[in-house]
Design a protein around this ligand. Sequence first.
Ligand SMILES: Nc1nc2c(c(=O)[nH]1)N[C@@H](CN(C=O)c1ccc(C(=O)N[C@@H](CCC(=O)O)C(=O)O)cc1)CN2
Length: 286
Amino acid sequence: MSAQILDGKATAAAIKSDLTVRVAALKEKGITPGLGTVLVGDDPASQKYVAGKHRDCAEVGLASIQRTLPGTATQEEIEAVVRELNEDPACTGYIVQLPLPKGIDENRILELMDPAKDADGLHPTNLGRLVLNEPAPLPCTPNGIVTLLRAHGVEINGAEVVVVGRGVTIGRPMPLILTRRSENATVTQCHTGTRDLSAHLRGADIIVAAAGVPHLIKPEDVKPGAAVLDVGVSRNGEGKIVGDVDPGVAEVAAWISPNPGGVGPMTRAQLLVNVVEAAERAAAAL
Ligand SMILES: Nc1nc2c(c(=O)[nH]1)N[C@@H](CN(C=O)c1ccc(C(=O)N[C@@H](CCC(=O)O)C(=O)O)cc1)CN2
């Protein structure tokens, strides 16, 4: 392998270490920020991610509030939990773990959240603020990707970026973040309707692969020297993660994010950042 590693674990650890100090400072002012999570159903991956979020809270000193509902929970039952967290003063920010079970109107749940407590940056008001270039909590995975690239000195300014995928947590917000003046990238968004994906990929300085298609990105699709971020999470027969990026890409790219150990830990770290920033904003307004 010739590519250098975009080390999400180490970068996330540095962010958490900084947050530990900031949380301690808030506590000295009598404020203990708290992250809430709403988990519906028993999807093992979602359970694992939510458990990880609570472990992270303990690590940096945040309080955490867990709400778990069965997979049979109705729209109204989930909405009742969302309303309760909107009102709970111990909850600085919260997330509703996605995806929600089939039959639940995910958008209605997101819209019901108090935008000031939206730790995922996925409330329509916060996504709208991102479009308007106003301060808002940023979606965790796209923001984590930018932070990871910056931490490793990968040039974003002026870069040609191809984002593969158009889901709400990554694909949709990623270009919005990358095309801000502060990032200044040129972004092409590809998806299942793209006619010649390979042609787009071959021109990219940075590839963000969030399609959920195992080994979609092949070595011949990648420009030598590119940075490749593997955000795809498919599972093989043994339950092991298979990313969107073929292992051979590491021979062509200059930078590659391992999967696991790349973007996933950054997603979790950025969530903590959003909660601590919300608490700091609240403290400044006192
Ligand atoms: N409300 C949200 N739901 C979902 C989001 C999100 O940002 N907000 N993103 C994903 C899941 N996710 C966070 O919730 C997430 C995914 C992966 C990881 C992670 O640390 N992965 C590890 C590997 C873990 C494993 O072995 O399975 C890694 O990459 O090293 C954290 C969070 C969808 N839902």
